[in-house]
Design a protein around this ligand. Sequence first.
Ligand code: LLP
Length: 421
Amino acid sequence: MRHFTPTNGQMMVENVNLSAIANEVGTPAYVYSAATLTRHYNVFKKAVSAMDALIAYSVKANSNLAVLRLLAKQGCGADVVSGGELARALKAGIPANKIVFSGVGKAEPELRAALSAGIFQFNVESIPELDLLNSIAVEMQTIAPIAFRINPNVCAGTHEKICTGRAENKFGVDIADADAAFERARNYPGIAVNGIAMHIGSQIDNLAPFASALTLGAGLIERLRAAGHRIETFDIGGGLGIPYHAEETAPPEPLQYGELVHRLTDGLGLKMIFEPGRMIVGNAGVLLAKTIYVKQGGARNFLIIDAAMNDLIRPALYDAHHDIEPVTTPAADTEMVSYDVVGPICESGDTFTQNRQLPEMQAGDLLVLHSAGAYGAVQASQYNSRPLVPEVLVSGDKFALIRERPSMEDILKTESIPDWV
Ligand code: LLP
């Protein structure tokens, strides 16, 4: 159940009317439902409850401190990919011993920060990273717990830009080189090996790629154990897809995913680590926007709204679909019109959708872009000098601004003109 439903002709988020939020915070703005967030976390938790599982929410999907705190209070861990995300996770109260650190380019200060914090595990993605981490750990007189992130060469069947598990992708240690990597780590004084990790891609809409990766992973674990390595953890990453179209077949349910993972790893005595991102926050948020103009072009009808590609880049970057709906329920006899929904940015790529059938809209009408809780606000920029889009969290009948819209003064004060210009 989504907590984004019309009541008495107005779209609500939980018990708050979106028009009230628009009045107070202005538009565009991201609006998240706390109840949906916690519900999704608990659905996932239940789906993996037959296993010894660590759920490490992938912070990159939505890294707002309030979102992280909400998940921390549920007992959730974190998957981080930068020193910045580590700082956020810790500040939000996620314990270090529930944090895993992924990423192909962890820089020395980031490795040091994570070692000082005492995180659960580094997901090491290359031999040069292993060597550097070992030398830093030795110097700091500590031991770095690691898993090798393995690249299993499995095609996740998702959008090209978010496929991460094929041999031509930059991620992980090639599965053919895994045995040598574990051998090398064996005698490193600054390294303790926990296990293996994988993450094959995002918005994966069927279970087959997960099954392939899990089978390859389980085989590798048995081989490594036979060679005398202690393998206790298997981090299967994130990637489970979510429904973006109200009217299309939905990706597999978390429960089916959990059953698959359990079936393919049962009996190995592993602690399983999961890094869901989109599944937790994607459908817990909308982007609230206002119609600026309705414009008849030479070939198309344009609905020009005050949100743009700098606020939500997914359609421009991944040809992503987001359902669009007016905040005020249209009267039954409202005509349906075909619109290209576009933002104010000076690029034709600033198009959310083309030829979308929507109820006829007027200037000033509010609308939402659904499924915008993941990879929305975190990928926003200030392109065209548009202030970073604010974020609002709703819980029951209350709401709070959890990231402000910076003023033009705030933005300009970070820049300076050298006196020699
Ligand atoms: N773990 C690792 C190592 C990852 O790289 C990712 C996502 C996740 C977990 C979480 O995956 P999820 O459960 O959210 O699918 N900006 C793109 C998605 C990029 C995903 C990057 N990695 C989009 O808007 O579709």
